[in-house]
Design a protein around this ligand. Structure first.
Ligand code: PA5
Length: 446
């Protein structure tokens, strides 16, 4: 069940480097444990797998059952940390084609994660003649993208169902006391779930933020939490040789200090593509500040070996390293048949498991990319199931927090996200932004 971290294919990382960073890494994990670092008001996620609100957890399951029994479609409205975790887990554990394959559970469409009218219209049209429920998720309760989408879908639910039934079909996940969304939910009598004060958006997948949509998809959220609990127990040690979480955080910082600017999260399973997106937000928003931080990118191989493979192989080394999340067993197997005549020349693979071919591609890529100087880190799990995904979520959250403290940044804030919002509000003429408007329009030649 435990994850394995292997950095033996990062040959520029020496034992000496590990020794040199050890004190800083241990100080970082202690800072996290002692709650003595910057952002320590946001450490609720560290104990969440044990301390979660059990009453709310049962309510999540009950609401998921209600949604399963009463809706063909669940609309999940949210952006950033209020969106990526749920989608990542659903796609990893069910499929990227979940909405086509779903038989006993509702289709789940995510909206409010952009401001595209085309996306909005598309999801509205997908709800035609369907029974729907809505889960709107916003910790602040004021974010523009989900607020616009919720206005549209609230109207849609209200037009489809009579008063009381409409209210029963809307589920709000937000702050326990403040924000526009909380006010609206209280006024309309919607079922509400809480994003705890001490859990930031990108660390919130194991709260109601992720758990309600995940449970609606028919995923066992008890097992998911069990996996996170296993990780919570497994990655406590202050001995870098006994704690892979600490070691991975140290190694990626060593690579950063040796000039690598990008960390490429790699999977050989397409269903992990959204998990990579979750990782990109987690690391990008946590570490990228004060002019520092690895830029997180991602690839799904072998797909992207036919688009980005050339660049990685021959020009990647000075810029990047790869962190490959691999699984020993596939979710399902396919045996390649023998064909008479061998016209396609593939009979050398007859009787072979497709997972073996995928694994040889992984190993071949590992050797090719390391030959090209691209350092490789490997995080290995047994298989993609609830417990391993729960384990990986907690593992990466802790790696990210410890890494941030090694880097001397606050891994729990995101001040830079405000800049585009201020400009957008000024350009739209939102009251209170009048002074900036003229200046911005001049710069844009408007
Ligand atoms: O990690 C974060 O805090 C952010 O990505 C938020 O999740 C995102 O900005 C959405 O915010 P909110 O949930 O307040 O709507």
């Amino acid at each position: 069940m435990a994850l394995k971290f292997n950095y033996s294919y990062a040959d520029i990382v020496s034992e000496n480097d590990i020794e040199n960073i050890n004190a800083k890494a241990v100080e970082a994990i202690k800072t996290l444990d002692n709650k003595s670092g910057e952002g320590s008001d946001f450490l609720g996620w560290t104990t969440l797998p044990e301390d979660y609100d059990k009453e709310e957890f049962e309510r999540i399951k009950k609401s998921a059952e209600y949604i399963k029994n009463n809706a063909d479609v669940l609309i999940v409205i949210g952006i950033g940390g209020s969106y990526l975790g749920a989608r990542a887990v659903i796609e990893a554990l069910k499929s990227s084609n979940y909405n086509i394959l779903a038989k006993d559970t509702p289709q789940i469409f995510f909206i409010g994660n952009s401001i595209s009218p085309t996306s909005l219209n598309e999801i509205v049209s997908l709800c035609e003649n369907k029974d729907i429920c809505v889960n709107v998720i916003s910790k602040s309760g004021t974010t523009t993208e989900p607020a616009i989408a919720f206005r549209v879908f609230r109207e849609l639910v209200n037009s489809k169902y009579p008063g009381e039934e409409a209210a029963k079909r809307i589920f709000c996940t937000t702050d326990k006391a403040k924000g526009t969304l909380k006010g609206l939910a209280d006024k309309e009598g919607y079922e509400t779930f809480v994003v705890p004060d001490d859990v930031g958006g990108r660390y919130s997948v194991l709260t109601a933020v992720g758990l309600l949509p995940i449970a609606v998809a028919g995923i066992d959220i008890d097992k998911l939490m069990q996996g996170a609990r296993n990780a919570m127990q497994a990655y406590k040690s202050y001995d870098i040789n006994k704690n892979d979480c600490l070691k991975y955080a140290a190694v990626r910082n060593i690579l950063y200090n040796k000039g690598k600017k990008l960390e490429c999260f790699v999977s050989f399973e397409p269903s992990m593509a959204m998990f990579n997106e979750w990782l990109k937000q987690l690391f990008g928003e946590s570490e990228g500040k004060d002019g520092k931080g690895l830029f997180p990118v991602s690839c799904v191989f072998s797909t992207d070996l036919h688009s980005l493979g050339q660049y990685i192989q021959e020009s990647g080394a000075p810029l990047m390293f790869e962190s490959v999340v691999s699984f020993k067993e596939p979710q399902s197997e396919f045996i390649i048949d023998e064909q008479e005549g061998n016209i396609d020349g593939l009979n050398f693979l007859a009787g072979e498991k497709m997972s073996t071919v995928n694994d040889k591609a992984r190993l071949g890529t590992l050797l090719a990319h390391t030959d090209g100087g691209v350092q490789n880190l490997i995080i290995e799990a047994d298989k993609i199931d609830e417990e391993n995904i729960g384990n990986l979520i907690y593992f990466f959250e802790k790696v990210c927090a410890v890494s941030g403290y090694i880097l001397d940044v606050n891994p729990f804030n995101q001040p830079g996200v405000e800049s585009y919002k201020k400009n957008m509000f000024a350009l739209l003429g939102k009251p209170g932004y009048e002074n900036e408007k003229e200046n911005l329009e001049k710069r844009l030649g408007l």
